[in-house]
Design a protein around this ligand. Structure first.
Ligand SMILES: CC(=O)Nc1ccn([C@@H]2O[C@H](CO)[C@@H](O)[C@H]2O)c(=O)n1
Length: 109
């Protein structure tokens, strides 16, 4: 069982350490710093890595900065577009900072 999923298109950035945060809605704001999470792909739930939660911080959409975008390996306009597609109309987000612990050796990229 996985604890959190990411869209498959972000898998390579996560396992390469280029994406170190995710922005989620309140339904995924319950993670605790220090918690280790098994990470799967949203499309098929295939496990691909384990991360450790570093912090969970509420952030308003309008308060997102270039630093958040850098941690997503995107530009700020790209990030806002992605969020608008995943969470239409949502303005209250939670920034989950994580660090990569282990990668699955069964991944096929
Ligand atoms: C079911 C579900 O909500 N899945 C999600 C939600 C969010 N995200 C990522 O968070 C950042 C901003 O939202 C973007 O980089 C997306 O990667 C994701 O991969 N998968």
């Amino acid at each position: 069982m996985n604890d959190i999923t990411f869209f498959q298109r972000f898998e390579s950035d996560i396992v390469a350490g280029r994406k170190t945060i995710t922005l989620r809605d309140v339904s995924e704001s319950h993670f605790i710093p220090g918690q280790q999470l098994r990470v799967g792909r949203y499309e098929d739930d295939v496990y691909f890595c384990t991360i450790e939660v570093v912090s969970v911080t509420p952030v308003a959409l309008e308060k997102l900065t270039d630093e958040h975008a850098r941690q997503e390996n995107m530009t700020l306009p790209e990030l806002k577009e992605v969020i608008g597609e995943i969470y239409p109309g949502l303005t209250e987000l939670y920034a989950i900072v994580f660090r990569l612990l282990t990668k699955s050796d069964k991944r096929v990229l």
